[in-house]
Design a protein around this ligand. Sequence first.
Ligand SMILES: [Zn+2]
Ligand SMILES: [Zn+2]
Ligand SMILES: [Zn+2]
Ligand SMILES: [Zn+2]
Length: 140
Amino acid sequence: MGLCKCPKRRVTTLFCFEHRVNVCESCLVSAHPKCIVRSYLQWLQDSDYSPQCPLCQAPLGDRDTVRLLCYDVFHWPCLSGWARALPPRTAPAGHRCPQCGGALFPPPNLQGPVAEALRARLRTAAWARPGLGLPLVSDT
Ligand SMILES: [Zn+2]
Ligand SMILES: [Zn+2]
Ligand SMILES: [Zn+2]
Ligand SMILES: [Zn+2]
């Protein structure tokens, strides 16, 4: 536990392994989009980390990224390609984080900077629209 460094000065359990600072969800999204972030407790237990995309093993800094609700980070093209390769009838609940098995789609009532950023990103992908409860074809 600690205070984050952004103007919100939130008490947080999250810790950026790369910059070695406490982060709240707000500064996490704005200032640490590609950083490995875990709980401070995990940092104390094991400060090892690899700033790589779990799907292609290349450095996260190389490409556009997306962070899931579990805080795992992937290259967006890698995650999108992985999701498109799932069987076409995979239910939204069948979409899980390839790294930890956590839910991929934020529940509709979930607020917070990480959920909002993830939703905004998912909205751009045709495969993700059913999972977000959006119609398959956009009105435009
Ligand atoms: Zn903050
Ligand atoms: Zn960071
Ligand atoms: Zn990748
Ligand atoms: Zn995960």
